[in-house]
Every structure is written in structure tokens, then in C-alpha cells.
Design a protein around this ligand. Sequence first.
Ligand code: SR1
Ligand code: MG
Length: 396
Amino acid sequence: MPYFTLDASSLQHWLTNHADLASRLGGSPADWTIREVSDGNLNTVFLVEGSGGSLCCKQALPHVRVAPDWPMPLERALYEARYMRATADAVRPAAPELYFYDDEMFLLVMECLTPHEVLRTALIRDAAQPGFSAVIGQYVARSVHATSWISQPFEHGSKLLADFAGNTALSRITVDLILTDPFRPCSRNPSPETGLLPDVESLQADKLLHRTVGSLQERFLTARQALLHGDLHTGSIMLHNNDVRVIDGEFATMGPIGFDCGLYLGNLALHACAAPHKNALITSEITAFWSSFTTELRTLLKTGGGDVWALSDETQRRDLLDNFLLDILRDTAGFCGLEIIRRTIGFAQVADYTLCATPESRTAARRKALQTGRTLILKAPSLHTLEDLLSVLTLQ
Ligand code: SR1
Ligand code: MG
């Protein structure tokens, strides 16, 4: 069927023509309830409920959903489907199950997560059950282990490179919105409030900072360590009690492992900038993430399977792994700093700052975020431990 943009009624019709999916819903199509719940920047999302089950249907639009004059290739849905398939076995049950991908409609049909809530919203409402970050740490370790050159023969990595090489439109968004635009005057950046203007101008004139951002640009584009989710922020995670799921892998690309870690920690850290009374909670989530990520990755990488480190015995592997994790920590800190800055002054800002009670406290929170992001980026190459990273965040 040639592509067209679905609405509730055409989706109902499309589903009736897909017997396997219709039978998951049960009952008669007239009794299905279809709700549009689009929330992210790019796509439309519908939740469909029948008497026997429910489905989540996500369709790519030919443009950015929140900016209709910004064209965007439909193929991003294909990369999300590929990412889900490439990581499903490793991360289950921490991601929804993909039931079907329609490569003409650019439509993913997957497990419906109800009554789950987006983690960012749950954090803002103070409703997230603490400990969720341990699941995310484990998720990142498992997904990158399943796709890294250390654990898989190089042919596997080469296939992944080929399968995701075409996802350039979304990597372009990352390169522009995270790695470049916040550090230069750019029409995509919303105008900052007057009180923050000197801080923004100073970041945009900071040559020392730009040099280190240049190294992170190089890491993102050339360190093809493993398959990344590519957009692992608190809006890409849903949870209900202790059931935590990662969604929205359309930015998937082979890249530096610290990118996924850094984006996640950056979103936690900026939440603490917006709500400093939650510093202890955020510190404990960051610690839980890093502890579960490193513990899981160490365990998984104890045995080999890939061509990288193939000659090393157990002792040498431990040494190599220590260095590998140190590089990931440094990348994590750098990308964490970038994410904090772009979510504060770039195109895709976040709702966490609505927690600030007054315009003055919001400006102060944003200033702290910019300073923290800058320090993280500059200090990243000399960090040694998570405690070093936490001390830059000054959450304790
Ligand atoms: C134009 S897309 C803007 C942002 O939304 C996505 O979720 C990514 O985070 C991207 O940077
Ligand atoms: Mg998204």
C-alpha cells in the first residue's frame, strides 16, 4: 500500500486487513478504541485497545511532527525496527516487543505499554519508583554487548555498520542539535531569556570549550564501538512501578558507548538542576546506572567471542576492560555535558524546567546547567571514577 498519513479511522481499516494484529486486539473492529497519544518531536503514535488486547502503532511523518516545515525521511521507522530486532533478544524484557513493521507505511506495530508513563513525566510528577536507572544501566550494557566487536566476530559489526549507515538524517539531527548548534548562533535555537543571554554568548565564544566539543564530535562520528540507541533520554523510557522499558530507537547508529550513557545521565543531571531538592535521588540514580552498567558489562565481557581481545587471557582482559570502561566514562561525561547544554538552550528543550517556581529560579537553574555542562565537557578527558564525575555535578 503506498504511504499515506494514518488517522484513527484509516488505522482501524489498516488493522482489519492484518489478521494477526486484529486477532491480538480481539472483538470486532467497531469496538476497538483508538487514541492518538503522539508526544515526541517526530512521529504519530496511536494506542489501540480491543476486548482481547492492545497495540501501539507508531508511524513516521514526512516531516518533524512539531515543526511541519522541517522535512524528514520516512526511513527512520525502518532503522527503529532494525534496532529493535538487533537488540530484542539481549535486552528483553526492557523494551516493548515489535510485532510488525510495514515498510511501505513506515509503521511499527508493537506491544502497548499501559499503564506505563514516560519517565520524564513521572520524574516531574515525583512519581517514579526509585531504582529505575539500574534497569537502564543493564539495558545499555546488554545492548552494546550484543553488538560490539569484543563480543561478536567482526562480520557481525560490519553488517550492523551497513544496516545503520543510511540513518544519516537522524545522525544529522544529533550532529546539529547536540554537537554543534548550541555552541553557535543558530536560527534553530530558541531565543534565551534576557537573563541567560550573557551565559549563552559566553558559551558560543568559548574557544577552549569548542576545541573539546570538537573531540566529542570526532568520537561520535568515528568511534563505532557498538550499536547505540542514539537518543536515550528520559522521554525515551516508560515505566510502571518497577517495569522499565526503553522505546524510540530511531536514532540508532554505531557509535561510542558513552553516548548512550551520557545522554541518559545528562537528562538526570538537568532534572536535578531544575529541582535541586531532588539531588539525593538523582545522585543515587546516577550511581545505580553506572554500577549496574559496569557490573553487567564486566560480567558479559569476561568471555570473548569477538576478534577484538581474542588473544588475551583473563588477567589481560581485565586490564583491557578497565581501560575500555575508563574511556567510556570519559565519553559519558563529555556527552552528558553536551546533552545538558543542548536541552537547556538548543532546539529540543525539556519540560523539567517547569519545576522552577519563578522566572528567576528558572534562569538560575539554566545557568547552573550551562556551567555544569561546560565543566563536564572540559574535565571529561581527565576523569578517573564516577565519583569524579559526580563531583563535577555537585549534587551531593
Ligand atoms: C528534530 S528532533 C529533536 C529532538 O527530538 C528527538 O527526540 C531527539 O532528541 C532530537 O534531538
Ligand atoms: Mg524520540
